[in-house]
Unconditional design. Sequence first.
Length: 75
Amino acid sequence: MSLKDQHVTKRPDGLWQLKGEGNSRATRIFDTQRDAIEYGRDVARNQGSELVIHRPDGRIRDKDSHGRDPYPPRG
């Protein structure tokens, strides 16, 4: 199974969605960005992938790595 980054984006209808990278359909649709982020973190954590959070205009706001961070923190 290939790991897909999960993206939280705003839809044209004003709702928020969680969508796996390369997928044509949303995994799930939400009323708020906060709900989409919470669900997306769980999905990304379970898959060991990255959660990419977008602003309403589509620009990337934040990223959360869950498993394959190319720049892990130094301890």
